[in-house]
Ligand binder design. Sequence first.
Ligand code: ADP
Ligand code: ADP
Length: 225
Amino acid sequence: MSFIVGKNLEKRYDKTTVFKNINFNIKKGEFVTLLGPSGCGKSTLLRCIAGLNEINNGDIYIEGENVTDKSAKDRGIGMVFQNYALFPNMTVFENIAFGLEMKKLKKGYIEKKVDEMLKLVHLEEKRDFYPAQLSGGQKQRVAIARSLATEPKILLLDEPLSALDAKVRKSLREQLKEIQKETNVTTIFVTHDQEEALTISDRVFIMDKGNIVQVGTPEEIYTNP
Ligand code: ADP
Ligand code: ADP
């Protein structure tokens, strides 16, 4: 059974149609990448799946449940954007703990969970640092840890590596793949970087001008471009 289903999705801004008749299925634990040039609708599709943007037509199902009318908060989704939206006046620990505090979970549980997340992203030694004291790659690892702390069903990543220099990007890409394997969280990753898409994903959805024009494993896309 598919874990995430998009059926006939359509999104318009005034007169501009960003996409229509978008259909896809994503399996539990899968790492899917939306790959395509800037402006083709990747971010918009991701935001619609998250419930941050409303769709004009179609339905989105998560674990068989129609979530089209559900708020972002009720979809069980964690999201990381290109520009690490960390709270500058909170430490790494406090940033990761934030979502857990909002849920009013017990202090002992929060401590344990944050430490587990710090270990997952290899930032144990930065626990009491502030975002300004971290590199770009470290900030993104904190953002990933913060998203995963609340155990979302789905992790959505919108060009999370794009603001980083090439070397950091490559190392973080590998870490991200490891983190996804370890947690098995169903992941949708957005990028315009083909190499990134082909090295990190179980399957790639290639988008062009608001359409998903090809779907395949990296091997299938390599051999049949
Ligand atoms: P991508 O993520 O592939 O770069 P986007 O989803 O950001 O593409 O944008 C797809 C199209 O939708 C673009 O033409 C963009 O200008 C348009 N668009 C995105 N957001 C808005 C908005 N809030 N209002 C109007 N048009 C938008
Ligand atoms: P991306 O990195 O996804 O291509 P953009 O720079 O296209 O991002 O868009 C940044 C923000 O501006 C997004 O929130 C998007 O929704 C909004 N946006 C993009 N295009 C338009 C547009 N034509 N009109 C209004 N808002 C837009």
